[in-house]
Design a protein around this ligand. Structure first.
Ligand code: FES
Length: 116
């Protein structure tokens, strides 16, 4: 597993470089609020959500990224990366976090509040 240790910068945590996350892939980072899954889409958008499926706690960072969503590896619930909501007939949600990528390609996650 790739080691992406956070560096605290006020409420923003720098978790590594965008290039450390494969397109349509994810990395798990451990922050003070627990494990967070950081996703990179095919078009280099970055999303961070709680790394715990609302169904039975599956590791969303090990899911399949597609169309702005991730499919949980355990029972295939699909979670919207922007809202954290389960899609389709499933009900539940995960916490979302704001992200930013600076001019040097460093990705940070904010724990100050939900994305949006
Ligand atoms: S734990 Fe994610 S779908 Fe069941």
């Amino acid at each position: 597993m790739n080691d992406m240790r956070p560096i605290e910068m006020q409420h923003w945590f720098t978790i590594g470089r965008l290039s450390d996350i494969p397109r349509r892939g994810a990395r798990q980072v451990i922050l003070p609020r627990g494990p967070i899954a950081v996703f990179r889409t095919q078009t280099d958008e970055v999303y961070a959500i709680e790394d715990r499926c609302p169904h039975k706690g599956g590791p969303l960072s090990q899911g399949i990224v597609h169309d702005g969503a991730v499919t949980c590896p355990l029972h295939n619930w699909v979670i919207d990366l922007q809202t954290g909501n389960a899609m389709g007939a499933d009900q539940g949600c995960v916490r979302t976090y704001r992200t930013r990528t600076d001019e040097n390609g460093l990705v940070s996650v904010s724990l100050a509040g939900p994305a949006g």
